[in-house]
Design a protein around this ligand. Sequence first.
Ligand code: PEP
Ligand code: MG
Length: 896
Amino acid sequence: MKYVYFFGAGKADGTGDMKEVLGGKGAGLAEMTRIGLPVPAGFTITTVACDHYFKHGKKYPKELRSEVAKHLAHLEKLTGKKLGDAKDPLLVSVRSGSARSMPGMMETILNLGLNDKSVQGIAKATKNDRFAYDAYRRFVQMYSSVVIGLPKEDLEARLRAMKSRLGVKDDTQVTADGWRELVGEYKAYFKQKTGKDFPEDPVEQLWGAIGAVFESWMGEKAVTYRRVEKITGLLGTAVNVVQMVFGNTGDNSGTGVCFTRDPSTGEKTFFGDFLLNAQGEDVVAGIRTPMHLSELKTRMPKVYKQLEKVRQTLEKHYRDMQDMEFTVENGKLYMLQTRTGKRSPGAAFQMAVDMANEKLISREEALERLKSEDIERLFYPVIDPKLPRAELASRKLAEGINAVPGAAVGKAVFTAEEAEQWAERGEKVILVRRETSPEDVGGMYVAQGILTATGGKTSHAAVVARGWGKCCIVGAEKVDIDAEAKKMSSNGHVVREGDWITLDGGDGSVYSGEIELARPEPPKAYETLMKWADDVRRLRVRTNADTPHDARAARGMGAQGIGLCRTEHMFFKDFERPEKSAERQQAIQEMILADDSESRRKALAKLLPFQRRDFIGIFEAMNGLPVTIRLVDPPLHEFVPHDPAKQAELAKKIGITAEAVARRVEQLHEANPMLGHRGCRLSITYPEILEMQVRAIIEAAIDCQKRGVKVLPEIMHPLVLDKKEFQILEEATRRVADKIISDAKVKLEYLVGTMIELPRAAILAGEIAELAEFFSFGTNDLTQTTMGLSRDDAGRFLPEYVDERKAAIFKTDPFQTLDVEGVGMLVKWAIEHGRKTRPKLKIGICGEHGGDADSVKFCHEVGMDYVSASPFRVPIARLAAAQAVIEDKKRKKHKK
Ligand code: PEP
Ligand code: MG
């Protein structure tokens, strides 16, 4: 096994496509060397060595020491310099770099090889004492904090004290003696803290640095970053040991960072920052304000011309926007890094479209370049990126699970009712709840964002908020909410009703105060690219929408129908006429509290016009596209009040005793309602609910049809177990529907189908398909029931199941990305057997997975007809469906 790859003098052991092994930086250095660009020489220790290190109790592979020694000797020979030499010593940088770029998340050590002897060598060689001792103090400072872990603040304090002793403000004013003195202080501090002398032996320094870079792979920052960016399956970080070149030797030197195109707009302009007489980290750390790259053109025209050529070479070579670091040492240009540059979501679209139009890449490649996050982030407001990080950090209150991205600002309120009252007065609110229930839907709707102390990504609050594209943080367990006292406390702060808070749904952070937000405009390139996606994909994309408003919004996002309309959401809120909400609520509550089917029917008759009206609105919005309407699903206890005051109020309204209400609510209590009296079981035991809902659907459809609005209703039963159960539902549905249709003397096509959300239904799909005209996989429940994981509670321990430093049992949250091996197996089985019975069986998915790119690709592979996603995830599904076709094509080509 080869663990070390050399590059230098136009030759490299590795190549640009060895990112997995050499990391992005190592592969870039090797490739740039190969294609003749000016790169300082060095070697890369592979990610495989890092993997070995963590798998073997932090021990290096046994060959590593001799391999490093061999390549170090080679480097010394090539450069004609020696590490630690008293004359003109070799200095190296030791940098991290994994296969996926993780900017700033891992460690770097510069100027390694300096000690009391070699610093004099550098001083002599550069004829610059000040430069030499500045380099030395930087090294001691970095080594002490990065390798040994001494507090940065203690080191900085010594630097500040020294400057104030000398009476200078800027680092540039410190003399050689000042730096020399600081080195002495650092070393004394080092000895005091560690009990050892600062290592003088450059080889010892080197191994210290290699170890520190490996360690930084598992550092807090890096692990969090990988979780947030969903980076999995990498071996570790590589370590790049590269000859130092200096941008801080005088005014004929400098350092900079540049991009082949503008990373924030995507425009094809050469973009970058440059600092004269400075070392690389000065640009990144923002200590001095850099100048625009165009300035380099006037200051160093020859270097600029050369850099412009490098820009063109690299972009053509990599066929993507590159982010490059360079240093100019005494007028000579060196390239220190090239990598595919990070870009804003808007720029990602712009560049993909431009590059395809320029024929640098194909349209298919353009489609492959975009990620779901690019789309997601395009639409949500964000915390103004110009805000200083330190200010944000000082305002942080808590962290939760980032259920719906984007940011929201508002005044904290602790009940849904208050949210509605405040909103009515024109206030912006954030609804803060321990958990939410369907009763809260009105408050959630008017809130800017939602924060809950419990729950996971598919908990009610999250599912509903996602449908609205509303910022939502759930499972912020450390937030202590006292709804009665109207306050919450967290991290030593108390937030009372009316206090401003800000949520960042992107990373799950909760901040105090009103923080500035910015909303990015979706660029024209987005429309172009989505059209290309539509031309390629086979899967159709529908939406989960419960209101005409959402249905319209979803069409704007490209939805080709509704895959799931959850009718129960209509029981609580009149989205078009909020003043009618109370009437709806009372009708449903009366229905639930009714003692016999007669009074239940009476209450249902009050609900009928509301539901019919809703369906008419939805059919109109969808104008001829298919609409799948699901009959009532949640357990009834979710619709009745639990606190005595509200029960008394309700009792008064409907003219029964408060005790009767309390008794009925008590009767409805279930130990495990998710596996209880819910789904189609409600229609089996209370057929009058089914009758009312089917009537509302069919009457709405007929009404629309008469007015020339085309309709394609699909009536869907939830939580079906088997054929026998479905048969009862299907017959009841057809009996009601057909009678209305024949009484109205019209022709109306409609379908009756089922959700597949229980393992038993999946297993018996072949029989169910004898009667069902379509299947829709409810993978939220199917995941819950297959894995035995509660979708509402699993958030408490799931993070540990997916944390790579903890149990790491799952790669991703199974409620977010479909568990292909387990749940996916049932899906495949059900499709295969369903289609055996009924070859034209229409099949889709309506669980949250329908808006997750990886899951959409699975749905394509298993031959579904469509996926259904919440409105804001429709474009994500469209893109993923196109990518699925492209990947498929590639796989087939590969097989041939
Ligand atoms: C499901 O279970 O996947 C589903 C879509 O239904 P719900 O989320 O409403 O239970
Ligand atoms: Mg379900």
